[in-house]
Design a protein around this ligand. Structure first.
Ligand code: C2E
Ligand code: MG
Ligand code: MG
Ligand code: MG
Length: 280
C-alpha cells in the first residue's frame, strides 16, 4: 500500500512536470506570436526627486497586452522570454519604444530635455557583444540624445562575471548613456568592483524599502548603501515607495530619488505624457 502511494505520487508529480513543460512551450509559442504582432507595450513609472517630489525621469516597464488575457505582468513572461532567448527581441522592442516616446516628449516639452528614461537590460541582452551597437542604432533612429537614456542592469547580472561586465559597461558608457545598477543589495557586490564600473546610479531593491518599518535593520542597510554610493559619487534611487513614512525615512537617509506607488503606478504612454506636461 505504501509502495503504491509512493508510486501514485510519482505519477502525479511526473504529470505536473509534463504540464509545466507543455505550459512553457505554450507560453514560448504565444510569445513568438506576440512579438510579431507587437503586443508588448512599454509602461512608464515616474521617478521623482525625494527632496521636492519634482519629476526626474521614468522607468519603462514591459506589459503584454494579450488579446485574450488582457494585461499580463512581466513576472509571468520575462522568465520564459529569458530562458528561450526571446528576451533579446522583446528587449529591443521596449528599448525602441522608450527612446522614441521620450524623444517625442522632448520635442513637445522643454522639461523633458532634462529627464531620463530607464530601460531594463536582461542577462542575455547584457551578454551579447552586439548590445552597444544596437543601443547606438536605436538612439540614432529615435533621435534621442544618449544622455536621456539610462540602462538598468541588475546587480546579480553585473557581478556574474565582473571582469567581463567592466568591459561591456565601458562600451555602453562610451555611447554617453547613463548606467544604473538595479535591485542593489540583493546580490553580492564588492566595493572594488563598484569603483571600476562606470555607473551613475544604484537602485536600492524594493525589499529593503518595504521591510524598513517592520525590521529596522533594513534602515541601517539602506544607510550603508547610500553612504557608500555617495562616496563613489553615485546617485541613489529607492524603488517600491508606498507610504509617506517610507519616503520621509529615505529622505532622512539622504537617498536622492524615489519611485513607487506613493507617486504613481507604471502608466500607459498617454497618461505618462500628462505627467511630463504637468511638470513642464
Ligand atoms: P524592476 O526593474 O526592479 O522594476 C521594478 C518593479 O517594481 C516593477 O514591477 C514595478 O511595477 C514595481 N513597483 C514599482 N513601485 C512599486 C511599489 O510601490 N510597490 C510594489 N509592490 N511594486 C512596485 P514590474 O513592472 O512587474 O516588473 C518586474 C520586473 O520585470 C522588473 O523589475 C524587471 O526586472 C523586469 N522587467 C520589466 N520590464 C522589463 C523589460 O522591458 N526588460 C527586461 N529585461 N526586464 C523587464
Ligand atoms: Mg528596473
Ligand atoms: Mg528593481
Ligand atoms: Mg527586479
Amino acid at each position: 500500500k505504501a509502495k503504491e502511494d509512493g508510486k501514485n505520487r510519482i505519477v502525479a508529480y511526473e504529470q505536473k512536470m509534463r504540464e509545466g513543460i507543455v505550459n512553457v512551450l505554450a507560453v514560448e509559442n504565444d510569445l513568438k506570436r506576440a512579438l510579431k504582432a507587437r503586443e508588448f507595450q512599454a509602461y512608464y513609472q515616474p521617478i521623482v526627486n525625494l527632496a521636492d517630489g519634482t519629476l526626474y525621469g521614468f522607468e519603462a516597464l514591459a506589459r503584454w497586452i494579450h488579446p485574450e488575457r488582457g494585461m499580463v505582468n512581466p513576472g509571468e513572461f520575462i522568465p520564459v522570454a529569458e530562458d528561450t532567448g526571446l528576451i533579446v527581441e522583446l528587449g529591443s522592442q521596449i528599448l525602441e519604444q522608450a527612446c522614441t516616446t521620450m524623444n517625442q516628449w522632448r520635442e513637445k516639452y522643454p522639461i523633458a530635455n532634462n529627464l531620463t528614461v530607464a530601460v531594463n537590460i536582461s542577462a542575455k541582452q547584457f551578454a551579447e557583444s552586439s548590445l552597444p551597437t544596437e543601443v547606438e542604432d536605436i538612439l540614432q533612429r529615435s533621435g534621442l540624445p544618449s544622455d536621456n537614456l539610462k540602462l538598468e542592469i541588475t546587480e546579480t547580472v553585473v557581478m556574474l562575471d565582473a571582469m567581463k561586465s567592466v568591459n561591456q559597461l565601458n562600451f555602453l558608457k562610451s555611447l554617453g548613456v547613463m548606467l544604473s545598477i538595479d535591485d542593489f543589495g540583493t546580490g553580492y557586490s564588492s566595493m572594488s568592483y563598484l569603483q571600476k564600473f562606470p555607473t551613475d546610479q544604484l537602485k536600492i531593491d524594493l525589499s529593503f524599502v518595504q521591510r524598513m518599518e517592520k525590521a529596522p535593520e533594513n534602515i541601517e542597510i539602506i544607510r550603508a548603501i547610500v553612504n557608500m554610493a555617495h562616496s563613489l559619487r553615485l546617485r541613489v534611487v529607492a524603488e517600491g515607495i508606498e507610504t509617506e513614512r517610507q519616503r520621509d525615512l529615505l529622505y532622512s537617509l539622504q537617498c536622492d530619488y524615489g519611485q513607487g506607488y506613493l507617486y504613481s503606478r507604471p502608466l500607459p504612454e498617454k497618461e505618462a505624457e500628462d505627467f511630463v506636461k504637468n511638470s513642464d
